[in-house]
Design a protein around this ligand. Structure first.
Ligand code: GDG
Length: 738
């Protein structure tokens, strides 16, 4: 027993970094017999996977022990024993398990995320319990976690926990891994609580999925449901950047590959050899679950025996079905159907010396399972949906002599890596039937070639690599997060800046307008400065020796109308024009002949993109897509830029991507040039530059190091500080003048 736990909780006393794993279930089962606490391993992909995780961290585990203590004494006894092993048990009542685990987790999320829409069951009580239990996990986690710890939350039962934890321990490194598929937006959007789940997940610094597809679906849901700023695999949420990536979970390769060297396993293999003789064996191993495609598989085997009678008496299917969730109705129904189907097949085909399906409705000890992996000629792994599927990998790893055939569903995450398997659509009975036939007649050389290639892949991408990659990137993401956090201007910093502002002799204020001093409006003409902003700017202008400059992408007619006070220096169209006294001066040399050709290209895109439009400026043409569906906008943006590259290089024009815009403009005009012109005018001893857009980066770049550069929204490498929105900018500036 002690050996089992020391293998889970190998700690390195030299490095003290603490890793707290939080999962619904602990990697062990607890029971009480004769007043003593007893532990045993628990089955399931996650427990099996993390069980063999070795790392340099001091590891702690928080989770449900899988039982209900009879009284407080028992609870305390379990707690004591588990605490000594760095395990914090979360005790839940049977009602909580019924509503949170069997309910929201397994009757709502599980079916929906596995594309079993019709099985999805709603009950407001489920959601209440899900929230309540996530909070209970929070309470237990914060009892042991501190801000220097790494907290790694596992799976769909705890999707609210990252957000809850983030509020309690804002600087902790929080990671989340989803072991099941993340469904397409079209399915996910059905959930009434979709927004809360997404926001809960976004409390993490890093969210991991098994495959790129799940990751893509998640990002698409975030885009569409929360309308957040997403850049490739980074999502900007609540002043933080959340990283999203795929980490295909692996297995303990050596454990399975070398298992055949164990005496206990050889004993079983010999026993099977005696029993099955020359019969070919097809193996299938799953938890009892409708997502695993057990019935389809049986139908395919039935059809195989029917259509290839020459294989009767020569091949048997060994089917291990591990009992699971037997309190959920759908699972009870499935069990009955599986029993009936197997009974029917065996009744139809078996003879005195041959049984077509050997059925075990129980979990087998590791030795026996491993012996079967070694003995079976074929593994038939055909889930209708599966996050990853570790059984497929374990079978391949176990084939030390290189023979064997893996038939694998294209709906399992594992298919991405196991491309040398015989790929089948698990809904296509005919295809599975033919795959069984092809597997049975596959020459040994081909088997070896395929198995060897797959072994190479899964040997490398093993469980340790999975955990190390995830944790390494979580730490990196956390470090980057710290850097960004340092840039956020605190109220202390504002007081200090205010003092500097008032002590200065010559002040230069360089402000962008949209998104910096005012919010974005769907119709750009409606983003007029309001009275409060006008008052603020007026007060700033009245501070002696202060030059207030607005450098905007807007055309000069609009700026003139919005800011008639001549004391404000205005740069329009990113500096293509500037106002001097009453005059607008052109700051570039090219003509406007280029516009017709470019307009045609813009028009083509607009016709196909509802909600987008063109803004025609003197020095530029702008395509706006703020109101367009984000995926469509992304596609059209790419198409537009592709079509612009050649004409723009021919006409010597610049293509620029901004905040929900693509702009084509004359060259040698940018906000950096405006800022440089202003720098030359005086010996400024207080320079404040604020902007939210990529075009403002040019301004930040040219300013001296001591300038106070502030990026609004997502922090930028070129700006020293950041503020989350225009509201905070206004708050800070108001502070300066009070
Ligand atoms: C979830 C996702 C994802 C099974 N029967 C016995 C036994 N097992 C072990 C296997 C394997 C594990 O249980 C099953 O793992 P899977 O990956 O196939 O499936 P889930 O339990 O549904 O796991 C899944 C996984 O999380 C990891 O992220 O791959 O997609 O649904 O390791 O060996 N072990 C023993 N006896 C059995 O009878 N000893």
């Amino acid at each position: 027993m002690q050996a089992f736990f020391s293998s889970i909780f190998k700690t390195n006393i030299l490095k003290k970094k603490r890793l707290i794993i939080v999962s619904n279930r602990l990697p062990l089962k607890v029971s009480i017999a004769n007043g003593a606490v007893a532990f045993s391993k628990s089955e399931g992909g996650l427990a099996t996977g993390l069980d063999s995780l070795y790392s340099d961290y001091e590891k702690h585990w928080v989770g449900w022990p899988g039982m209900y203590p009879d009284n407080d004494e028992q609870k305390e006894l379990i707690q004591k024993e588990l605490h000594a092993l760095h395990i914090t048990p979360v005790f839940l009542t049977s009602e909580q398990i019924q509503l949170f685990y069997e309910g929201y987790s397994n009757s709502t999320i599980w079916p929906l995320f596995h594309y079993f829409f019709a099985y999805t069951h709603y009950n407001p009580k489920y959601w209440d319990a899900y929230q309540a239990v996530n909070r209970i996990f929070l309470e237990h986690t914060i009892l042991i976690a501190s801000e220097d710890d790494i907290i790694w939350i596992q799976d769909y039962q705890l999707m609210l926990l990252p957000g809850l934890l983030r509020k309690e321990i804002p600087t902790a490194r929080i990671g989340f891994f989803l072991h099941i598929p993340f469904p397409s937006y079209e399915l996910f959007r059905i959930l009434p609580e979709r927004e809360f789940l997404l926001k809960g997940l976004l409390g993490a610094d890093l969210i991991g999925f098994h495959t790129i597809d799940y990751m893509r679906h998640f990002i698409s849901s975030v885009y569409r449901i929360l309308d957040l700023d997403c850049k490739i695999n980074h999502i900007y949420f609540d002043k933080r950047v959340v990283n999203i990536d795929s980490y295909p979970m692996g297995i303990n390769y050596d454990l399975f590959h070398n298992a055949i060297e164990r005496k206990g396993i050889v004993k079983y293999i010999n026993r099977y050899r005696r029993q099955f003789g020359n019969h070919k064996i097809i193996l299938s191993v799953d938890r009892l679950d409708y997502s695993k495609g057990i019935l389809h598989r049986l139908r395919a085997f039935d059809s195989f025996l029917n259509d290839y009678p020459e294989f009767r008496s020569k091949v048997s299917l060994v089917m291990i079905v591990v009992p699971s969730r037997d309190n959920v109705e759908k699972y009870q129904d499935l069990k009955i159907k599986v029993d009936e189907t197997i009974g029917a097949i065996n009744g139809r085909y078996s003879d005195m010396t041959w049984v077509p399906v050997y059925y075990f409705y129980r979990g087998l000890p590791f030795e026996q399972l491993s012996a079967l992996y070694n003995y079976a000629d074929i593994a038939l792994v055909t889930p209708l949906r599966d996050g990853m599927n570790l059984v497929a990998k374990e079978y391949v790893a176990s084939r030390q002599n290189g023979t064997g055939v893996l038939i694998l569903s294209e709906m399992a995450g594992a298919i991405v890596e196991l491309i040398e398997s015989l790929k089948v659509n698990p809904n296509n009975i005919e295809e599975i039937k033919i795959a069984i036939y092809n597997a049975l007649i596959m020459p040994v050389e081909e088997q070896r070639e395929r198995i060897e290639k797959m072994q190479k892949v899964i040997k490398k991408q093993n469980i340790n690599k999975w955990a190390t990659d995830f944790l390494g990137e979580l730490e990196l993401a956390g470090n980057k997060q710290d850097e960004l956090m340092k840039k956020i201007i605190t109220s202390d910093k504002i007081s200090q800046l205010k003092t500097n502002f008032h002590n200065a002799q010559n002040r230069l204020l360089l402000f962008d307008y949209d998104g910096t001093l005012a919010p974005f409006a769907n119709d750009p003409l409606k983003a007029t400065p309001n009275e409060a902003l006008n008052k603020l700017l007026h007060k700033l202008m009245l501070v002696p020796n202060t030059s207030l400059v607005i450098i905007s992408g807007r055309d000069y007619t609009t700026l003139e109308q919005w800011f008639p006070e001549k004391a404000i220096k205005l740069y329009a169209e990113h500096g293509a024009f500037f106002r001097e006294n009453d005059l607008w001066i052109k700051n570039f040399t090219s003509d406007e002949l280029w516009k017709d050709e470019i307009l045609l290209l813009f028009q083509k895109i607009i016709d196909k993109t509802p909600g987008s439009f063109i803004e025609v400026k003197n020095s530029a043409l702008v395509w706006h897509y703020r109101k367009t569906d984000s995926w469509l906008a992304e596609l059209r943006e790419k198409q537009l830029i592709e079509s612009l590259v050649y004409p723009c290089s021919k006409l010597n024009l610049q293509i620029m991507r901004g905040s929900k815009i693509v702009e084509v403009k004359v060259p040698n005009v940018n906000k950096g040039i405006c800022a440089q012109q202003m720098l030359k005018l005086k010996n400024w001893d207080f320079i404040l530059s604020i902007g939210d857009d990529t075009t403002d980066e040019d301004m930040f770049k040219v300013l001296p190091e001591e300038a106070i550069t502030i990026k609004v929204g997502r922090a930028s490498e070129n700006a020293r500080y950041s503020l989350s929105s225009y509201k905070e900018v206004l708050k800070m500036l108001n502070e300066f003048i009070t």
